[in-house]
Design a protein around this ligand. Sequence first.
Ligand code: NAD
Length: 299
Amino acid sequence: MAAIAFIGLGNMGGPMAANLVKAGHSVVGFDLVPALCDAARTNGVTIAGSARAAVTNADVIITMLPAGRHVVSVWTDVMPAATRGALMIDCSTIDVESARRAHMLAARASLHSVDAPVSGGVAGARDATLTFMVGGEVESFEDAKPFLEAMGKKIVHCGRDGTGQAAKICNNMILGVSMIAVAEAFVLAEKLGLSHQALFDAASKASGQCWSLTSYCPVPGPVPTSPANNDYRPGFASALMLKDLTLARAAADSTGTVTPLGQHAQDIYKAFDAAGNGEVDFSGIIRHIRALAESSGDR
Ligand code: NAD
């Protein structure tokens, strides 16, 4: 069993660290928020006084932080205290450029590293059913795999440094665009006198079939587990979808890629977020689409 340092014990990191303890590892954690440290302590995580103190003697150092700047700053801070040859795993969702920078800093400090962002949300973190998209050398991926398996059930090696983040950003661009498309179809169906269930029954067995429709349907009824049945409580908050679409847009800009629907999806989620809906599940975008239809009907 390994000595693991876990930095960032928030909505995702807290339950992920708890699953590493359950798997028999010795976990030393740190977060800037004392209440989160207390919660982690009740799950068997030993709390250190700082991120740097947490990594002393760790074989594996895991970060689960808000954005690229936090990851680069924490990695820069802890590296001098890390054991030579230790493995750094960043599970946060961040921009590809920062991820590559973090890998470079690790290599300079003789540390191994992978970027390993996740899909599956807070429920996946709690139930250890996350999907990990991993970028880095094959050897580092193989070293990281047993630890990721304690927190998830699907571990995909995507290629060299930064490709885990690339996969995550591309996947969530598909998700954001497809959710808006499904929401638009349901609003159009409402106007055409087609019931939600009838559209679901037809499209889920036809070429409109996709995850946003069949697993996460944005209207209540057809998929009882979808957040639409729970007043659009997340789930996956719209603010996080906006974050990921913003990362996708920046990646498109920096690579000269034209992604008209990805950009439009970002604009739509930005307006939804600005109207105070950041904490609403991202499938709640159907309310925004419906409101647009109603305001155009008023004209
Ligand atoms: P969160 O805000 O709940 O947790 C982040 C934690 O990092 C906070 O508790 C914060 O105090 C801590 N932190 C920030 N700077 C720190 C520092 N210097 N030292 C120690 N701790 C520090 O966010 P979350 O929902 O747990 O998400 C974490 C990451 O996972 C994000 O990158 C997010 O985009 C990604 N993600 C989240 C979800 C989700 O459903 N919540 C799903 C997939 C991916």
